[in-house]
Ligand binder design. Structure first.
Ligand code: DOR
Ligand code: ZN
Length: 396
């Protein structure tokens, strides 16, 4: 395949030229189908570090297949699915379900829970994980208790040992559940500084080794600054923010965890993106049925709106270069997962998204490929339409 006449953008910057994909890989030369992409921008397809696919067990909310199709609509070809499924994803057998169900639609990796069945104490299932086996390495790229914090500091340290040994990033949902009912700022902020303290302690005692600790959906200025400060001090930590926390504040009445925050938090997140301090944007795509939403389930579907929301909020409104957005949505997430994606370099996966930056779209959740309709963006208009997603050289 040859994509011709596009503006090619990845984290390095922008250039004009043809992009060739051969045998599913970006290559020097190519033949076959020619896509005339005049007037469009071609970026490496997006990589989502944080998706809830609800498979197995909660497939009335989403299936791995419907989630994967939603991904393609949004320009994503890689998803990292969270472990808060039923049963909880605590072994390879369960991990296999979402991965194989999405097979042929897009790439899915499945996070393994930090504690067995989210029991808050058992980590033996991580010792049993044998990533020298090809299958486990293929399916599982991260450890995460997402949906919950790890209440015990001692257990958190035990998990750090395993993450270090496995060389897999630990994706942290920083929330002290005991504080959530009292104050949602305290819940995130105190757990974040406790976790950072323990990462620091771990590194001093044992050395950083292969440890990678990644903070998910950071939403407060305080937590964000604490993590950035820890990074400056050399701790092996990274952080992501979500499209909804940078586009919306608490004047929007929509339940999500962590919650939509004050305007000052939103602006602090944006300013740190502009300063290059944030590592990734991840959707926290969390589909729920209408009934579950009425009953108070937190979360929103984000795969199909992420690019437009981020492009408009960051690039149009705050002058972030598109190459920086590409770094946050493709290159850095791919690097954290250790996969051969996220740039337009020769030899990388032939996963490309074509976008029309001048087209304005109006979000219509009734047209989503996701089973979830729960979005605070319904009826909102954004610039930046995803025109086409190419997965391994195939147009989808
Ligand atoms: O809003 C949220 N929804 N936050 C989470 O941490 C979990 C997620 C879900 O699974 O619904
Ligand atoms: Zn979470």
């Amino acid at each position: 395949m040859i994509i011709s006449n596009a503006n090619l953008v990845d984290w390095r910057g922008e250039r004009k030229g043809d992009l060739c994909i051969e045998d599913g890989i970006i290559s020097k030369t190519g033949g076959g189908k020619v896509i005339n992409a005049a007037g469009l921008y071609a970026l490496p397809a997006f990589v989502d570090l944080h998706t809830h696919l609800r498979t197995p067990g909660l497939t009335h909310k989403e299936t791995a297949a419907s989630g994967a199709r939603a991904a393609l609509r949004g320009g994503y070809t890689t998803l990292n699915a969270m472990a808060n499924t039923r049963p909880v994803c605590s072994n390879t057998e369960i991990a296999r379900e979402a991965v194989t169900q999405a097979d042929g639609i897009c790439d899915v990796y499945q996070a393994i829970s930090a504690t067995k069945d989210f029991d808050g104490k058992t980590v033996a299932h991580l010792d049993a994980l044998d990533i020298s086996l090809n299958e486990e390495k293929q399916y599982i790229k991260s450890i995460s208790e997402d949906g919950y914090g790890i209440a015990s500091g001692g257990v958190f340290l035990e998990v750090l040992h395993r993450a270090d040994k496995l060389g897999m990033p630990l994706l942290v949902h920083a929330e002290d559940a005991a504080l959530s009912a009292v104050d949602m700022y305290a819940a995130e902020d105190l757990e974040t500084i406790r976790d950072l303290y323990l990462v620091d302690l771990y590194c001093k005692k044992y050395g950083a080794g292969n440890l990678k600790v990644h903070f998910c959906h950071v939403s407060t200025e305080f937590s964000m600054n604490a993590i950035i400060d820890a990074k400056r001090r050399g701790l092996p930590v990274t952080l992501e923010v979500t499209p909804h926390h940078i586009a919306l504040n608490d004047s929007t009445d929509f339940r999500v965890n962590p919650p939509l925050r004050r305007e000052s938090d939103r602006m602090a997140l944006i300013n740190s993106i502009l300063d290059g301090q944030i590592d990734a944007i991840a959707t926290d795509h969390a589909p729920h049925t209408a009934q579950d939403k009425l009953n108070g389930a937190p979360g929103l579907v984000g795969l199909e709106t992420a690019f437009s929301v981020c492009y408009t909020t960051l690039c149009r409104q705050n002058n972030l270069p598109l190459s920086k957005l590409s770094e946050l949505m493709s290159r850095n997430p791919a690097r954290l997962l250790g996969i051969n994606k996220g740039t337009l370099d020769i030899g990388m996966a032939g996963d490309v998204v074509l976008v029309n930056l001048e087209r304005e779209i109006t979000v219509d959740s009734s047209k989503f490929a996701s089973k979830g309709r729960n979005t605070p963006f319904d009826g909102h208009s954004y610039f930046g339409e995803v025109v086409m997603t190419i997965y391994g050289g195939d147009v989808l």
